[in-house]
Design a protein around this ligand. Structure first.
Ligand SMILES: Cc1cc2nc3c(=O)[nH]c(=O)nc-3n(C[C@H](O)[C@H](O)[C@H](O)COP(=O)(O)O)c2cc1C
Length: 174
């Protein structure tokens, strides 16, 4: 019988296989997004790979965002976010928004060109796709919030994607 608290059939005293799980996820190649929210000086954003489509009718996406980051509060406050899917040449954007170049807050936006779509969240010019969403649901789990977004607007460009694999950014050529 599953334990009703955890819905698990496995023994609670087993050590969770954290390192093996990290190893497994390092082997999962994924596209790279920058999730943005807010306007003007309250704009915030983060690089993210925990992004998934949920349903097509209505068009819905989910993103998993660490509650400790600055961007979490902006997304929460705004009730909206934009998922910007990065092109292969946008490794610099990914590094800036992952906090790997020392940029924080609005300063992350300084080197790039931005527009707005339906919600007013920043949409990166030249991204392969800008997916502009209003939040419909949120689920808090451990360190992260899973935000579900109803897609209100999409802007597309053609090009090759930036890929993240084995803790490195890889360019996938067309
Ligand atoms: C390839 C890559 C993928 C990431 N994916 C996520 C993610 O899905 N969710 C998340 O909360 N943080 C993710 N991060 C970490 C955030 O980008 C990083 O913590 C960032 O500095 C948070 O910015 P903030 O403090 O402005 O919110 C990822 C980092 C990298 C390099």
């Amino acid at each position: 019988m599953p334990d009703p608290e955890t819905l698990s059939c496995y023994k609670a005293d087993l050590e969770p296989p954290v390192d093996a799980f990290k190893g497994a996820m390092r082997r999962f190649a994924s596209g790279v997004g920058v999730i943005t929210a807010g306007q003007g000086d309250s704009r915030r954003g983060l690089t993210a790979t925990a992004i998934s489509s949920v349903t097509m009718d209505p068009p819905t996406i989910l993103v998993c965002v660490n509650r400790q980051g600055e961007a979490h509060q902006a997304i929460e406050q705004d009730g909206a976010f934009c998922v910007n899917i990065l092109a292969s040449e946008a490794e610099g954007v990914a590094m800036d928004f992952a906090g790997q170049t020392g940029r924080v807050g609005t300063d992350k936006f300084a080197s790039f060109s931005w527009s707005t779509l339906a919600t007013g969240a920043p949409a990166l010019d030249g991204a392969l796709a800008n997916i502009d969403c209003e939040i419909t649901e949120r689920v808090e789990t451990a360190s992260h919030t899973v935000f579900f977004g109803r897609v209100l607007d999409v802007r597309l460009s053609d090009g090759a994607p930036l890929i993240h694999f084995d803790r490195k950014f890889v360019r996938l050529e067309n």
